[in-house]
Structures are given as C-alpha cells and as structure tokens.
Write a protein that binds this ligand. Structure first.
Ligand code: SAM
Length: 356
C-alpha cells in the first residue's frame, strides 16, 4: 500500500513520533526498573545521600559498567536525580517512597514484576491471536504472581478497611462482631490478611485454584500469626464449600474467570440470606472511549496478555480488565443477585456491592 505523504500533517507526525520514542524509552526502562528492584540498586541508592556509579556498584556487589549505563537510563526517566557537580546520583524522597517502601500506599514496584512477566507471554498470546485459545494464569512467569501481590496490596492497604468495607451495607458491624468471610481468587492472600488483621472476631477463608499461590498465602498468614482466623484452600470459584458466608469478596479476579456467571451463581448460593458480595474490579469506562487514558491503556494491555487470555483458555466469555459496569451487572445479576451497585471507587478500582 502506498502512503500518500502529501496528506501528512508534519506537526502531528512529529508529535506522534515523539510519543512513540517516549514509549520506546519507557518500555525498556520498565525492564531496567525490574532489575533495579531485583539487584537492590534502588534500596542502596535510597539509603545513601548520593552515589557515583562505582559506589553503587560496590554497595550492591554489581559491575560498575552496567550500573553506570543503568543510572543514565534512570536519570533520563526521572527515577533518580543527578548532580553534575559531584557526579553522584540520588533518589528524591518521592521516588524512594514509591520504589522502595513496600508498606507505602504509593509503592509501585510490583508493577515492574507484572510487566516483566507479561512480556514473557508475548509469543503464546500472539499465537492465540492467530489460532484461538488462550493462556492460563498459572502458565505465566512466576513473577506475575509475586508482582500482582506487590502491586495490589498497597491499594488494598490504603482503601479496603477504611473505605471499601464501610461502603458495604452493614458489613463492618458484622465483621466486628464476628463474620464468616470468603475471599475468592485470593492469590497470595493480601486482601484476606489485611481484613483478618482488622477483624479478629471474624473467620476468613481464601480460595484460589492456583495451588502455588495458596501455598504462599498460607505461609504469609502464618508469618503474621493469623492462622487462628485465616485459612487458605485450593478451590475454584465454582466449587468452594457453600458455608453461608456473611461476605464473599472477589478482588480483581471476576473478569479473569473462565465461568464468571457460574462464579456469581455459586457466590449467591454460598451467602447467608442477608450476606453481601463485594466485587473489586479495575477502573474502566462504561464506553470504549472512556478507556483512552493511562489507566485504560495499562489495564487493557494487561488484559490482552493475561486476563482475557485466561478466560479464553477456558472457553469463557473473556470479560477482560476493562469490562463495562453493564457487562459486570449482567454477570452478577444473572447469578441470582437482586441488587448490584457501584459502592465506591478509586482512580484504579471500581468497588461493587451485590446482595441477594
Ligand atoms: C489478578 S489475580 C488477583 C489475585 C488477588 N485477588 C489479588 O487481588 O491480589 C487473579 C486471581 O484469580 C484466580 N482465579 C482465576 N480464576 C479462578 C477461578 N475460576 N477460581 C478460583 N480462582 C481463580 C487466579 O488464580 C489469580 O490468583
């Protein structure tokens, strides 16, 4: 096909090419940021008042020549600062907080693990574009499971107890008195553990069909001294025991599922008569074009490489990470819930309440 160059607007072309070059740099920098976490480069830099490449290499037991190149990339991206007078690199407090403090609500380090893992899936997913099928969650690079927990936990720490549970009708009172809670698709159990710490009178079971994640969740609960009130079991969203739960939660997982309608039906049948289902989903628009922003770009990218592929591997409807509220309502109400409403939201999550 011949491109009609006379119709090209030069300013628009330059603006677009500039954006693409930004993306080239950003994409490569995500890999270098992942390496910065794995090699302890950010931590060492954050703990110092400033370092040359040689000092950083010595402090981390790494090779100076690589570190020097890495630092140029990091300074060019604004992840570290550079003092040309001393030749030292340092981390401004905001960057140090976001990249090295895993307990901070601003921590974003997990995202680099997720991106690194999802990039490994490229050839499998490209094959599925051509030949159909998908890729199961458990078939991904294990950094996906580590990164998901690291990436979502700060948001859960910041919002779950203080905003999301209070937005559910009467749930906090029940949990304070002693409630039965199921966390379906719990992964490494970050949300389960946060709730269990806050509500010692309640009992929690995290279910996930990915056995290695359940092993990790069990060891995290044991390390927190929560084994008296938290259990983690391998089960699918369609076959965990229907124990009359006061609260059933789905954190960032309903849209991934091969049979979300069945999961909603099983949740409806597993609740106590006045129980509540809380469904936390990624932020997304109600129309396609409402996703044309950084958050929509990120979630639809992750969805292509992971969420959509998991559901399609199971012959599912592939709701995807940018499922509209209408699509989610259809799934949940078709499962037997009488009400479904958006109870609250953050820039990254929509939080829905469903009741029988
Ligand atoms: C994106 S991860 C979210 C994990 C966790 N809820 C969190 O927020 O950190 C999706 C999780 O859903 C689980 N999952 C997907 N389909 C499932 C199903 N049908 N039954 C149980 N778990 C499922 C996956 O194994 C994975 O751990």
């Amino acid at each position: 096909m011949q491109v009609q160059t006379q119709q090209l607007n030069e300013d628009k072309m330059m603006a677009f090419l500039g954006k693409v070059v930004d993306d080239f740099g950003a994409s490569l920098s995500t890999v270098l940021a992942y390496m910065g976490h794995k090699l302890g480069l950010y931590e060492a830099l954050a703990a110092s008042a400033g370092m040359t490449s040689g000092e950083l290499a010595t402090a981390t037991g790494t090779t100076e020549r690589y570190v020097r190149e890495w630092l140029v990339n990091q300074a060019a991206g604004g992840y570290v600062a550079y003092d040309a007078a001393t030749g030292r690199f340092s981390m401004p407090p905001e960057q140090a907080e976001a990249l090295t403090n895993e307990e901070s609500p601003f921590y974003v380090g997990g995202g680099f693990y997720v991106i690194k893992a999802m990039m490994q899936a490229q050839s499998r997913i490209a094959n599925a574009f051509e030949n159909g099928g998908g890729m199961l969650w458990g078939e991904h690079d294990p950094d996906l499971f580590v990164g998901t927990e690291k990436f979502f936990r700060p948001g859960y720490t910041a919002h779950l107890v203080n905003e999301w549970l209070p937005a559910m009708t009467g749930v906090v009172e029940k949990m304070q008195a002693g409630a039965k809670v199921a966390d379906v698709g719990c992964g490494h159990g970050a949300s389960t553990i946060i709730m269990a710490k806050q509500f010692p009178n309640s009992r929690f079971v995290g279910y996930d069909n990915h056995a290695p994640s359940i092993e990790v969740a069990r060891s995290k609960a044991a390390a927190e001294g929560l084994s008296d009130r938290v259990a983690f079991e391998v089960a699918t969203a369609n076959d965990y025991p229907a124990d009359g739960y006061d609260l059933i939660c789905f954190f960032d997982c309903l849209h991934d599922m091969g049979d979300p309608h069945g999961a909603a039906r099983h949740a409806a049948g597993s609740l106590a008569p006045d129980g509540t289902c809380m469904i936390v989903e990624p932020m997304a628009g109600n129309t396609v074009e409402e996703n044309f922003n950084s958050v929509g770009r990120t979630f639809s990218g992750a969805s292509t490489l992971c969420c959509t592929a998991n559901s399609l591997a199971l012959g599912g409807p592939a709701l995807g990470a940018v499922a509209s509220e209408d699509a989610l309502r259809e799934v949940v109400t078709s499962g037997g819930f009488g009400s479904f409403r958006r109870a609250t939201e953050t820039p990254f999550n929509r939080v829905f309440e469903a009741r029988l």
